[in-house]
Design a protein around this ligand. Structure first.
Ligand SMILES: [Zn+2]
Length: 395
């Protein structure tokens, strides 16, 4: 469906002008009925206002609108419409008095069964709709996670996970790891971030119970790889088309802690887009970069008498959103997997410069993955942000 969605969007972008003209000419002005076009726009705007990344098809197809708010697939149509494939706002063909209805489905791409199917009348006030759907999504994810069976183990750290939640970051099928161990130095095989990215897109879109930490790995690869990696992904993997977050990491969905939460994240729902998460964390803690520099100076045992301006600044700004993604997503994963070791051991030499260098080179990154600045930014940055959020990492 990812492929279909991208293809549809390309076609629709080309058709948008003529299509909206055709629609406008058919829809009566000042209609007393609920128009699906308005309801769809208001629904997406309400989710966007709540910090959710939203992607939308530009007009209805087969009698219904599709949308992609966060990790959901939404449809909007008039129940039992005849003819079924007519534009649901075309009063010449369909009964506009029939109230339209949303259906929210997770996971976004259904291979086996839905984890959530929730219907909401289009007359529901948008803010209420977001609250209702958020609660359903959180409950569905909690149900799915509770049903997991951890029968496999990460080859690096040994932590138990369901086998399909461990992914291969190298050319070897046997070396499957947890989100904390992707950049570990003990993976003695050729790195393969393209293959990992394809597997990540699939897991995130098809499995509502995926470990929250995988979003952090996407954030790091996307921030480091930038447009070069996005274009490479588009060409490198057959019929697969990469998800939007590879070209714009701010659209990446980040799961947030379901239980007690840092105040910085209190205003957000079960998850949010990376941009909304970064904004919320930085708004609550505007001194994070300063804390990072102080923490690193202490680690490096810098001479306190040396003027700060004379010290080398190791902060790699391009990776800062990924730093916040790691802290938040691993904090979420710690809560969502009680009884398991929290994944903070990522801070114990799991950002290995040689492995990062290999990945960044494959990504086509401008950044020096093997440089100390990248490892310092990740290790000290993630620890600093996690501690600012009130979480004890132990490292
Ligand atoms: Zn591991």
């Amino acid at each position: 469906m990812t492929r279909n969605r991208a293809r549809k969007q390309a076609v629709r972008a080309a058709m948008a002008d003529s299509s909206s003209y055709a629609r406008a000419s058919r829809i009566a002005k000042d209609t007393p009925y609920i128009l699906t076009e308005d309801a769809q726009r208001q629904m997406l705007a309400a989710f966007a206002a709540a910090g959710w990344p939203t992607v939308s098809d530009g007009f209805p197809e087969g009698g219904q609108w599709s949308g992609y708010p966060g990790p959901l697939w939404s449809t909007l149509s008039r129940p039992d419409q005849h003819p079924w494939d007519a534009d649901p706002d075309d009063g010449d063909q369909v009964d506009l008095a029939v109230l339209p209805e949303f259906t929210f489905i997770a996971p976004q791409i259904v291979r086996t069964r839905e984890a959530m199917v929730h219907r909401v009348q289009a007359t529901t006030p948008p803010a209420d709709l977001v609250a209702e759907v958020s609660a359903e999504l959180a409950a569905a994810r909690a149900r799915e996670i509770a049903g997991l069976d951890d029968r496999a183990a990460c080859v690096i750290c040994g932590d138990p996970y369901p086998a399909h939640h461990l992914l291969a970051p190298t050319v070897s099928d046997k070396l499957t790891v947890c989100p904390a161990c992707v950049f570990d130095g003990d993976l003695f095989a050729q790195v393969h971030p393209t293959r990992l990215a394809v597997a990540l897109d699939r897991l995130l879109a098809e499995d509502l119970a995926h470990p929250a930490g995988w979003s952090a790995v996407v954030a790091l690869l996307a921030c480091a790889g930038g447009q070069a990696f996005f274009e490479h992904l588009g060409q490198a993997a057959g019929l697969y088309l990469p998800a939007e977050h590879w070209s714009d990491p701010s659209l990446l969905w980040i799961w947030l802690p379901p239980g007690p939460r840092p105040a910085a994240l209190a205003g957000l729902g079960p998850g949010a887009g990376l941009k909304a998460v970064v904004d919320a964390v930085e708004h609550a803690h505007p001194d994070l970069r300063e804390r990072f520099r102080v923490a690193l100076a202490e680690d490096l045992e810098d001479d306190p008498d040396e003027p700060e301006a004379d010290r080398e600044d190791y902060l790699v700004e391009a990776l800062w959103p990924a730093v916040i993604a790691y802290a938040v997503a691993l904090g979420t994963q710690s809560q969502e997997r009680p009884g398991h070791r929290p994944p903070w051991h990522v801070l114990s030499d799991s950002f290995e410069p040689g492995t990062l260098a290999d990945h960044f080179e494959e990504l086509g990154s401008d950044l020096d993955g093997g440089g100390l600045a990248v490892t310092f930014t990740l290790e000290v940055g993630v620890r600093t942000v996690a501690e600012a959020l009130g979480w004890t990492t132990g490292f």
